[in-house]
Design a protein around this ligand. Sequence first.
Ligand code: ACO
Length: 335
Amino acid sequence: MYHSKITGLGFYVPDNVVTNDDLAKIMDTNDEWIQERTGIKERRHIKRGEDTTTSMGVKAAKIAIERSGISNDEIDFIVFATISPDFYFPGPGVALQKELGLKTIGALDIRNQCSGFIYALSIADQYIKTGMYKNILVVASELQSLGLDMTDRGRGVSVIFGDGAGAAMISREEDVTKGILSTHLHSEGEHAKELAVLAPGMGGRWVTEILADNDPNDESYFPYMNGQFVFKNAVVRFSEVINEGLQANNLQVSDIDLLIPHQANLRISQFIQQKFKLTDDQVFNNIQKYGNTTAASIPIALTEAWEQGKIKEGDTLVLAAFGSGFTWASAIIKW
Ligand code: ACO
């Protein structure tokens, strides 16, 4: 029996900073509304032609690989989480394999939205625990800006999301008191349409019918979010899945050295922080700078926290996510 541990982390965000004031020039919004409701000051949007979901994932992955000290030839498997793939199919896992010049190893694409990184981590952890693989590259990348409704109609959603990618090398750990201690995954499809992009999808229609109806202003191509419903469910599920992870490992809230919540909305993070009575030092947030980058938000935050020296050997980390599906998940890690 083995454990798995994170041996390298990296993230990439495009250079192009889009402030709240920049958004106010193209839609009816303002800095005060966005900051008060979400905590977001700015986010990154790709410049067309300069980046794709795959290219951002590749850039983050190269950093994680270099920091892990593991050579490309030693990577056994790829898990790629995204809701914004370059193509309808194939998914970006195979594109990453090509771009990094990796051997013809397996590549798995994960959807699972904001919980995607923890789902991907859980899969990598299981493959390593069984002894099947030694080194797995887990990547999460989102190019969301090109899929948002940047008109007044979309303002309640579009101001929240940003582009970016994060990556982690997951490797075999012989010491079973260290590394990923447990992961906890959940779903509740009943609320699927409360946070969703409905098209393109077959939805029971012939593709030719969809093409005939293809209207660029069709709202089904843009994200829909029932914001207050999402908020209410998020705070409950975040709390449950954090508690589940703590209980599974006989840990107390006071044992948490760092909670890295999915960067959905600063108000959700603050609600969780208050509920668990965590100090500012015990919770890491960077949504202020990058917005909500969906599956990429946890590995971006994890990498930044590590780069800032906020994660030390022996620390207990809690990763937690909630998102469309609904799906929610947590991971407990001994660093
Ligand atoms: N700028 C200015 N005004 C806006 C904007 C905007 N960008 N968007 C909406 N408004 C207006 C609305 O039109 C409405 O005006 P009205 O009262 O005249 O009708 C008013 O602001 C309030 O709109 P609501 O949609 O009720 O705003 P709410 O207070 O619910 O805040 C928000 C919206 C921030 C999305 C909130 O519901 C929330 O925090 N939800 C949590 C969901 C979330 O954060 N999801 C993140 C992504 S999903 C995930 O990662 C899990």
